[in-house]
Design a protein around this ligand. Structure first.
Ligand code: IPE
Ligand code: IPE
Ligand code: MG
Length: 251
């Protein structure tokens, strides 16, 4: 019998953290002769499928780019529709998170979100805070340059107060001041829809991540697509600046 994609995934070589730029909702809808928001609504199925797949195979951290700082510049009607969709989705999906032992957290400038969205998110985070199988991080009103700017300011304040010594600032210190302070860097980044760019996502954290691009639009992304990306990752050699022989022969 042929092994399924899920069975082909090597358990002891799983990435701990996978980040995804969920892209292509608008084009998916347009291709079907529909309005963009129809694509966003159908993207929710892909979110559920991917989150379940991650929990099933034991991925510790899954981070989804759901709304960027730059996305505020979209037409007002689309932004409003995305915000209502967010509320509806949280209402509907919290039971899925509970069932799969998934903890919801967020990164981004939450204070810029409508108050009802902030409240819903807080409720969902409180309800799931003791779950431990997978941490699902939603990036909302997030951009990497915003995050880095904020970290620099926070560090500067500490130095000025005298609680942080300038000479002690290391790469690790910087990581600790980012929104992702409690989360390891992603080993794998997936972007759907064929675009090959980072769009201001996790610039510091992705320094050594493997990048995987698929032409599929996000609403069509399913468990098997997720496993395929992990298999591609498992076929890569991560050298971190060393040479190939050093990895296998311990020289
Ligand atoms: C991704 O799909 C979802 C968000 C950015 C909110 P898009 O809405 O960017 O869809 P395309 O890229 O225009 O097709
Ligand atoms: C990136 O997608 C942001 C999210 C997926 C939330 P965009 O569709 O906004 O990115 P660009 O504009 O194509 O770079
Ligand atoms: Mg897009």
């Amino acid at each position: 019998m042929m092994k399924t994609l899920k069975e082909q995934v090597v358990d002891n070589q799983l990435p701990r953290h996978i980040a995804i730029i969920m892209d292509g909702n608008g084009r998916w809808a347009k291709k079907k002769g529909n309005i963009r928001i129809f694509g966003h609504k159908n993207g929710v199925t892909a979110v559920r499928d991917t989150t379940e797949a991650a929990a099933e195979i034991g991925i510790e951290y899954l981070t989804l780019y759901a709304f960027s700082t730059e996305n505020w510049n979209r037409p007002r009607t689309e932004v409003d529709a995305l915000m209502s969709l967010l509320i509806q989705t949280i209402n509907k999906e919290v039971p899925t998170l509970q069932k799969n032992n998934i903890k919801l957290v967020t990164i981004g400038d939450l204070s810029s979100l409508p108050v009802d969205v902030q409240k819903k998110l807080q409720e969902a985070k409180d309800q799931t805070k003791n779950n431990s199988r997978t941490t699902l991080t939603l990036a909302l009103s997030y951009s990497s340059r915003w995050e880095i700017g904020k970290a620099v300011k926070d560090i500067a304040h500490k130095v000025k107060e005298g609680t942080l010594d300038v000479d002690s600032i290391s790469e690790e210190t910087i990581s600790q001041y980012l929104e992702t302070s409690n989360i390891p860097d992603p080993e794998l980044l997936i972007r759907t829809s064929g675009e090959q760019r980072l769009s201001n996502f996790l610039l510091y954290q992705l320094a050594y991540s493997e990048l995987y691009f698929t032409p599929k639009f996000w609403p069509d992304f399913r468990k098997n697509d997720f496993y395929e990306a992990i298999l591609a990752y498992q076929g890569r050699e991560r050298r971190f600046g060393k040479i190939s022989e050093q990895l296998t022969k311990n020289i």
